[in-house]
Design a protein around this ligand. Structure first.
Ligand SMILES: C[S@@+](CC[C@H](N)C(=O)[O-])C[C@H]1O[C@@H](n2cnc3c(N)ncnc32)[C@H](O)[C@@H]1O
Length: 223
């Protein structure tokens, strides 16, 4: 007797070169003018998404979580708690899924405590690298925000060097992307644990510059 692959039916994004994001929700309605769409990369147990939905009634959320188990559990929980019209989590590698998102479709992207590995041999598993960042520049709306949090200072320094050198991003406010706290109200599981344990959290907050003020080519243009 063969044992079924656990979470074989994890929620996956539909096929196609460009995903119609409105179709992911139930009912499949386009965003209303007052609504905005936010993305969390690697939501894990998903608490941030639930808290964000409660705190911001005009926000819809998507999550891309590489672990089938957590994508399934969180997406099921969203549905049973009545959030299917506003939030979904898919079992996807964000690095492969984001290129299929439409241009300028997201108002905020959150990357909370990614990349807990810091040994050299783990380098290729890093989620937040140059390729993903180019995609974030493409899918964020002008003045859209990118929040990155980590408890590894070495990682924060590397992310800061990477994002600050990108022509499409600037600190969300002032001259440094480093912030003591954010105003999104919700907390990710790891963020909450670090706060309870009194551990430092390194936070970087960027805005996506308007297309005219950045040197980044629009989608379809030659690099
Ligand atoms: C250290 S955990 C942090 C979980 C959660 N963001 C938090 O702050 O509590 C990193 C999460 O990112 C997910 N992850 C890692 N690489 C990913 C990728 N390429 N695409 C999507 N999710 C990924 C992991 O499965 C894990 O859930």
């Amino acid at each position: 007797m063969t044992r079924e692959f656990p979470y074989a039916h994890a929620p996956r994004l539909p096929e196609g070169d460009v995903i119609d994001l409105a179709q992911l929700f139930t009912p499949a309605l386009p965003l209303r003018p007052e609504e905005s769409l936010e993305l969390e990369i690697g939501p894990g147990r998903g608490w941030f998404i639930f808290e964000r939905l409660e705190a911001a009634p005009a926000v819809r959320m998507l999550g891309l979580e590489i672990r089938r188990k957590w994508a399934t559990i969180v997406d099921d929980r969203l549905r049973t708690r009545g959030f299917a019209s506003r939030a979904r989590v898919f079992a996807e590698d964000a690095r492969l899924a984001l290129p299929r998102f439409p241009d300028a479709s997201l108002s905020v992207v959150y990357v909370h405590f990614p990349d807990p590995w810091w040994k050299k041999r783990h380098q290729k598993r890093l989620v937040l690298g140059a390729g993903l960042l180019d995609q974030l520049a493409r899918v964020l709306i002008p003045e859209g925000k990118l929040l990155i949090q980590t408890d590894v200072e070495e990682r924060a320094a590397a992310y800061e060097a990477l994002v600050s050198a990108h022509p499409a991003f600037a600190p969300a406010t002032g001259t440094t992307p480093r912030i003591d706290d954010h105003a999104y109200v919700a907390r990710s599981p790891r963020e909450r644990r670090a706060m309870e344990d009194g551990l430092p959290i390194h936070r970087l907050h960027y805005r996506r510059l308007s297309r005219s003020s950045s040197a980044l080519p629009a989608s379809g243009e030659a690099p």
